[in-house]
Design a protein around this ligand. Structure first.
Ligand code: NAD
Ligand code: AHE
Ligand code: ZN
Length: 371
């Protein structure tokens, strides 16, 4: 048993509380990781706020981290002390029915315990100093300086990659670029619309430029996002609050009949409908990335699908983390993708709640906490 510092979500809608917590060492198949840096993703805020139907409290949130292996539990063979790692909320056991099916990245081997805020043996390693158990989050809990993660949920990465940048590959970068490359499989010369120019949407844009899309339309209510989006490849910007009349009709006209691919990176179900209906008749595909609050539902006229649009979704950009994440780290280190400009704020753990305020004010793309 050791002590570490963590930001604990005590209840829905409450600010995180930074405190000392107890952490038990790794059991069979588990690894103790010292987290060096973590990004703040909107999904952490979604759970903190109480919108997540799977939200459990108290919990240590955070799922976009990078760090160093401190200790390995019994039976761990793929990692050793000193390895640099990125925790994976979508693990890769390479054995389950899902891992063996190339059509999905959704390894299910530990999904039920992970969703219940527990490690695979059904228990938690974190507790308050008075002994109250604290739940894990998405199998990662990177808002703690040290965390215990199953071996199958750790990607081993090169040691020269900076933690304060590649932590973002733990969610935002991989989700955005992967949605384009793995899920949509965008072809050279395509037209695309990206709804939401935040930490995910900008990476969709970066992925579209890599894939060779001709027209990349960004849609956001915050015009402050335009400069960064243009830097990453956005060719046209639409602010829905400035469009008189029907937004779908405007987007369909702008893209010459609708876009080949549209992406929701807002989590707003009415935006998801707009995204589907702005996809091209006959072949347009709309990819849902955003996560929506408990009770929210999507709807459209079935005729939209009858006439050839399809509605799809993606988790972690369709990436199989232990295989794909080290490659994406290489892309960053080789200059094939950019991360640095999107990390707009660096915080200490004590300042973590400021990161959520910056997100709400639309001032940050990614705030990163460095330990
Ligand atoms: P963010 O807060 O950085 O960005 C959201 C952007 O959407 C902001 O720029 C905001 O101005 C814009 N926006 C909000 N409402 C809008 C509207 N009605 N019309 C147009 N633009 C609007 O958030 P993020 O970290 O980029 O995450 C985006 C979404 O993706 C969240 O729902 C998050 O939970 C989800 N997410 C999903 C996955 C996955 O694997 N599927 C992974 C990461 C994040
Ligand atoms: N708990 C939510 C769903 C949240 C969700 O969709 N999570 C995404 C990752 S978001 C990362 O920022 C995901 O991977 N989903 C697949 C899974 O198995 O959780 C709810 O609505 O219940
Ligand atoms: Zn995320």
């Amino acid at each position: 048993m050791m002590r570490t510092r963590a930001a604990v979500a005590m209840g829905p809608g409450k600010p995180l509380e930074v405190m000392e917590v107890n952490l038990e060492g790794p059991r069979k198949g588990e690894v103790l990781v010292e987290i060096k840096a973590t990004g703040l993703c909107h999904t952490d805020e979604f759970t903190r706020s109480g919108d997540d139907p799977e939200g459990i409290f108290p919990a240590i949130l955070g799922h976009e981290g990078a760090g160093v292996v401190i200790e390995v539990g019994e039976g761990v063979t793929s990692l050793e002390v000193g390895d640099h790692v990125i925790p994976l909320y979508t693990p890769e056991c390479r054995e389950c029915e899902y891992c063996l099916n190339p059509k999905t990245n959704l390894c299910q081997s530990i999904r039920s315990t992970q969703g219940a805020g527990l490690l695979p043996d059904g228990s938690t390693r974190f507790s308050m100093l008075d002994g109250t158990p604290i739940h894990h989050y998405m199998g990662c809990s990177t808002f703690a300086n040290h965390t215990v993660v199953p071996e199958i949920a750790l990607a081993k990465i090169r040691k020269d990659a900076p933690f304060d940048k590649v932590c973002y590959i733990g969610c935002g970068v991989t989700t955005g670029i992967g949605a384009v490359i793995n899920t949509a499989k965008v072809e050279i010369g395509s037209t695309a619309i990206v709804f939401g120019l935040g930490g995910i949407g900008l990476n969709v844009i970066q992925g579209l430029r890599m894939a060779g899309a001709d027209q990349i339309v960004g849609v956001d209510l915050n015009a402050g996002k335009v400069e960064m989006a243009e830097k990453f490849g956005m060719t046209h910007f639409v602010n829905p609050s400035e469009i008189e009349g029907d937004l779908v009709a405007h987007l369909v006209e702008l893209t010459g009949g609708g876009a080949d691919y549209t992406f929701d990176a807002t989590g707003n179900v009415s935006v998801m409908r707009t995204a589907l209906e702005a996809a091209h008749k006959g072949w347009g595909e709309s990819i849902i990335i955003g996560v929506a609050p408990a009770g929210a539902e999507i709807s459209t006229r079935p005729f939209q699908l009858v006439t050839g649009r399809s509605w799809r979704g993606t988790a972690f950009g369709g990436a199989s983390g232990r295989t794909d994440v080290p490659k994406i780290v290489d892309w960053y280190m080789d200059g094939k993708i950019e991360i640095d400009p999107m990390i707009t704020h660096k915080l200490s753990l004590d300042e973590i709640n400021d990161g959520f305020h910056l997100m709400h004010e639309g001032k940050s793309i990614r705030a990163v906490v460095e330990y």
